[in-house]
Design a protein around this ligand. Structure first.
Ligand code: F6P
Length: 555
């Protein structure tokens, strides 16, 4: 199949079988969760220990899901992706983020050219740059050492670097800080630049297209901020050359902006923005954690790629997790999927996953343009535990909606702290934290029956309010520690889960036409917002009224 005709999954025998199984399905995790079931549903992928046992499936459902993968030729499409076929049909592009993490001695020929040497050539230049900044060899125009890196980018040119910068905080070099400007809300640039010393600040303009309004506007704001504040006598051209570097696939536009092409790091149209944190788009992270750790992260990505590419279906974690999401979305009526890291350092991971999953699989037509007649991408969301427990877990435990959830935790803490309890006992706070992690998936799976509540002596009129139905599905992912490699494995895991779902649905998970209309309309509306009455008058009544409100209240 590769990039040929997509299969309408609803026409497959497996889909019909799954529909029948869903009708008859009665969740009973209390009955299902035997030792052998748990053993069978505990999989290893690299350093990730993945417990699928608390999902709402039985043997027949699992067999039918794997059959569905066969009927849509998921393995063929996976092979097409890894080998560089143009599976991003609507943009006529290969999808090769996996090539970004191939080892230097691998080779992958696309359109007659081995892409691996190019990838490693850019990586080597980026690493050399990172080393110069880290060692103080790269200075600002007045000769002072760089202390702050400001990454200017949005979407895939922001979310991955920020998420990983936060996640890998223990690996950062002291004395070097990264900040990130993404939003065109001037508050973002205003707040981020506040208090910075221009002489010690380096800007990385990160934009695949180098045409994104937010990023170019913010880059110009930052350039003006720099030139206004450097000491008198600093040559503007030299200042931009020393304080601005760029990461883009459009190196001609980088030069037009005034950034020395020597200080630009390229990548390729076969890397989607939301799949680009392991390309030079990760430059801010490379500077922060250093080439060695960045290389470890790439190694983690590659390990998960190899797992996805080669593990047999039954043991293939991204495949199994992607198929579970299809089951919940298309057969059990789930609309959302929660990702709940029990790791404060992963506090931006859900936001990162929102772009990865929702920009990829929020589609209503297949890659040949035919409409789908089933649901596609779920709403991904989440917050770190235990904060979420005191906010929205109520709905997951006792609400009317089915919310499949992934729980992520690490055996070793980033910060090991001991509390002295009220009786003077010593409490390992990470263990307290993990106890919550274990407790939540247990509570969600098994709930608390009315009889159990009664047995606790609860008054009869409160029994129903205090009953937990259970059978709320979760997947638990654990790893020894949140290292660069483990982070790479986690991100690649979700990339491939996203791929699996898109492949089953027959959609193009690598385009994002849905973001274009709003961009075009914003351009058209700009003059109306600035007071052009004729353009305002052309708008629909609601938009006219909102712009009028702004005009009256702008102060
Ligand atoms: O508008 C959506 C989008 O194209 C994302 O896919 C992308 O990550 C983001 O904008 C930023 O694009 P660029 O890196 O080209 O500035």
């Amino acid at each position: 199949m590769s990039a040929g005709e997509p299969v309408d999954p609803t026409t497959t025998a497996a889909w019909a079988r799954l529909a029948g199984l869903a009708d008859a399905y009665e969740a009973d995790l209390r009955g299902t969760l035997t030792t052998s079931w748990v053993e069978k549903h505990t999989l290893l992928a690299g350093d990730l220990h993945v417990d699928l046992s608390k999902n709402l499936v039985d043997d027949a459902v699992e067999e039918a899901l794997l059959a569905l993968a066969d009927e849509v030729d998921l393995a063929g499409r996976r092979q097409a992706m890894f080998s560089g076929e143009r599976i991003n049909v609507t943009e006529d592009r290969a999808v090769l983020h996996t090539a970004l993490r191939l080892p230097a001695d691998a080779s992958l020929t696309v359109d007659g050219q081995d892409v691996v040497p190019e990838v490693h050539e850019v990586l080597a230049r980026a690493y050399a740059f990172a080393d110069r900044v880290r060692s103080g060899g790269w200075t600002g125009v007045t000769g002072r050492r760089i202390e702050t890196i400001v990454n200017i980018g949005i979407g895939g040119s922001d979310l991955g670097p920020v998420m990983a910068y936060e996640a890998l905080e223990p690996y950062r070099q002291e004395g070097l800080t990264c900040r990130f400007i993404s939003n065109i809300d001037p508050t973002d640039a205003g707040q981020t630049l506040s208090g910075l010393d221009p002489e010690t600040t380096l800007f990385i303009v990160s934009s695949k297209t180098f045409g994104t309004l937010e990023t170019l506007t913010n880059a110009r704001l930052c350039r003006a901020w720099l030139l206004d504040r450097l000491p008198d006598g600093a040559d503007p051209e030299a200042a931009v050359a020393q304080h601005f570097v760029a990461v883009s696939t459009a190196l001609d536009k980088v030069a037009d902006f005034g950034i020395d092409p020597e200080n630009a790091f390229g990548f390729w149209d076969w890397v989607g923005g939301r799949y680009s944190m392991d390309s030079a788009i990760g430059l801010s992270l490379m500077v922060a954690i250093g080439p060695e750790h960045f290389g470890d992260m790439l190694g983690g990505f590659h390990a998960m790629d190899e797992h996805f590419r080669t593990a047999p279906a039954a043991a293939n974690v991204p495949l199994r997790m992607g198929l579970l999401n299809v089951w919940y979305t298309n057969f059990l009526g789930a609309h959302t999927h929660a990702v709940l890291p029990y790791a404060q350092l992963l506090h931006r991971f859900p936001a990162y996953l929102q772009q990865l999953t929702m920009e990829s699989n929020g589609k209503s037509v297949r890659w040949d343009g035919t409409p789908v007649d089933h649901d596609t991408g779920e709403v991904f969301w989440g917050e770190p535990g235990t904060n979420g427990q005191h906010a929205f877990y109520q709905l997951i435990h006792q609400g009317t909606r089915l919310v499949p959830a992934d729980f992520i935790a690490f055996a070793r803490p980033a910060y090991a702290l001991t509390d002295t309890g009220p009786d003077g006992q010593s409490i390992d706070v990470h263990e307290l934290f993990l106890a919550n992690f274990f407790a939540q998936t247990k509570a969600l799976a098994f709930g608390r029956t009315a009889d159990e509540v009664r047995a606790e002596g609860v008054a009869e009129e409160l029994v129903s309010a205090r009953t937990f139905p259970g059978n709320r599905p979760t997947t638990s992912i654990m790893a020894p520690a949140l290292t660069p490699s483990v982070l790479g494995q986690l991100v690649a895991l979700y990339e491939h889960i996203t791929f699996v779902q898109g492949a089953v649905w027959g959609i193009d998970s690598f385009d994002q036409w849905g973001v274009e209309l709003g961009k075009q309309l914003a351009q058209q509306l700009g003059p109306a917002v600035s007071g052009d009455a004729a353009v305002a008058a052309e708008q629909d009544p609601s938009t006219q009224s909102l712009i009028a409100y702004y005009q009256e209240n702008r102060g």
